[in-house]
Design a protein. Structure first.
Length: 223
């Protein structure tokens, strides 16, 4: 099989999902970083929607992070999906829920005034409340989405938790996770995992905060 090349923007959480998957599988790969504000012509030719991630495998290109991760799960062992079809479908559904949280997080960080920012934070908090109710009980301070085993669905939430951690470390009042004990354990479990820690470049924590500040958003003013 050809060594795949993942086309990336270093701050993109959706790319990070695929990087975590590649690292979990010890999959030989390359990462090529681009500037989304100045997309190169070669990228626009291979990415129909002009978005990252895109995975180049030989002459073929796959786009959309969920599809890329499903492909990687099929071609490289071990599978990170549960074997039971019903549980697999449940994991896929909650992966979509993770995507909605990433959108909410982005809109929250970009909100221009306090009222809008507070409303977006409330939206995230409500969704975290939904998540808290469906998570199993942590065991020995460890928790993944379905208990004590890491699955593909966990790769979908790790980028969200990482960004929430970046914000909380800069300003503890922005820690929306602290009120949800099971989610807190889940977040800590994922953020301590080598594949998650190594899924971003070293400069990303600072670059993420700097990007928010550069947008003149409400959160940028309190970070």
């Amino acid at each position: 099989m050809n060594k795949p090349t993942l086309i990336s923007f270093k701050l993109c959480p959706y790319v990070q999902r695929s990087v975590i998957n590649l690292l979990e599988k010890n999959f030989d790969h390359e990462i090529k970083y681009i500037d989304l504000a100045n997309k190169p012509d070669w990228f626009l030719k291979i990415s129909p929607l002009g978005r990252v991630p895109a995975l180049q495998v030989g002459e073929e290109v796959i786009f959309e992070s969920a599809v890329i991760n499903e492909y990687l799960d099929e071609v490289a062992t071990p599978s990170l999906h549960p074997k039971d079809p019903l549980q697999k479908a449940k994991h896929r559904a909650w992966t979509e829920f993770a995507s909605s949280l990433l959108v909410d997080n982005y809109v929250w960080t970009m909100s221009k005034d306090k009222a809008e920012s507070d409303k977006r934070a409330e939206d995230i908090t409500k969704k975290l409340g939904q998540l808290e109710t469906i998570l199993p009980t942590p065991k020995d301070g460890v928790l993944f989405f379905s208990g004590d085993t890491f699955h593909l669905v966990d790769t979908a939430y790790a980028p969200f938790f990482m960004r929430m951690d970046f914000l909380a470390k800069k300003n503890p009042s922005l820690d929306l996770i602290r009120s949800f004990p099971k989610i807190k354990v889940w977040s800590d479990t994922l953020l301590s995992r080598p594949s998650v820690k190594n899924s971003v470049l070293p400069e990303v924590p600072t670059a993420y905060i700097d990007y928010i500040k550069a947008q003149n958003s409400h959160l940028g003013g309190v970070l």
